[in-house]
Design a protein around this ligand. Structure first.
Ligand code: A3P
Length: 259
């Protein structure tokens, strides 16, 4: 694993409770462990690269009743601070293959994460869960198994892509809000990939190049379903499906196979 870049920046990952974390996050571990949610808190619990920023913007747009100007008040990372660096849970999952592709390109451009190496190297790293914030399988399976025990709204990136209005309506109901059709349509429009890619409050363009080098790969990269087909070899796909079947058995989340 790459420990430092040429610029001497720390890219080391450190294992905490069996999960690799960015070393800069480890110091805040007690903040994560000791976090106590208030009854009206809303927690967005996503695996990296599953559309965290998208759902954050959707939630804020609903909270602000579709007021675009209010959603421009601050950068997305300040409107929705990460617990590890700073409200019931709302996990959002994305099919593991596209997630892997997105994470690969994110690691290429994120100067604070280890160099992902070649695609073939990264394939191994990802399936073994040796990436920051741990294994996709453990994360998605863990939240899936919790979903009926707590007040949890489980969303899928692919569903939001297919029918954003329907999924946004689900989030709205979950948040106890009642917005009319025109406001909902506006939220759909304002949270489209194209809009969010152009919006400095959501596209991470204010983060210095020494952290996120968007000339290597933009943060708002493609925003599509199925980009894995441009990356996976036939052999990798077969191997992945086999691993997926074993690791996700019994969860009925089989979107990987359907894409
Ligand atoms: P790609 O790299 O496949 O383009 P996160 O916010 O969890 O880091 O996730 C980033 C991924 O979500 C990126 O995927 C990004 O393009 C995609 N994304 C962000 N906003 C989106 C939107 N409004 N619609 C669709 N995809 C979006």
């Amino acid at each position: 694993m790459a420990l430092t870049t040429e610029l001497g920046q720390q890219t080391q990952l450190t294992e905490v409770a069996g999960i690799l974390l960015q070393t800069s996050t480890v110091g805040n571990w007690s903040q994560i462990q000791n976090f106590e949610a208030k009854p009206d808190d809303l927690l967005i619990c996503t695996y990296p690269k599953s559309g965290t920023t998208w759902i954050q913007e959707i939630v804020d747009m609903i909270e602000q009743n579709g007021d675009v100007e209010k959603c421009q008040r601050a950068l997305i990372q300040h409107r929705h601070p990460f617990i590890e660096w700073a409200r019931p849970p709302q996990p959002s999952a994305r099919n593991a293959k596209d997630c892997m592709v997105s994470y690969y390109h994110f690691q290429r451009m994120n100067q604070k994460l280890p160099d992902p190496g070649t695609w073939d190297d990264y394939f191994e790293t990802f399936i073994n869960g040796k990436v920051a914030w741990g294994s996709w399988f453990d994360h998605v399976r863990g939240w899936w198994e919790m979903k009926d025990r707590y007040q949890i709204l489980f969303l899928f990136y692919e569903d939001i892509k297919k029918d954003p209005k329907h999924e946004i309506q689900k989030v709205m109901q979950f948040m106890g809000k009642n917005l009319d059709e025109t406001v909902l349509d506006k939220i759909v429009q304002e949270t489209s990939f194209e809009k969010m890619k152009e919006n400095p409050m959501t596209n991470r363009s204010t983060i210095p190049k020494s952290i996120l080098d968007q000339s290597i790969s933009p943060f708002m990269r493609k925003g599509t379903v199925g980009d894995w087909k441009n990356h996976f070899t036939v052999a990798q796909n077969e191997m992945f499906d086999e691993i997926y079947r074993k690791k996700m058995e019994g969860t009925s989340i089989n979107f990987c196979m359907e894409l």
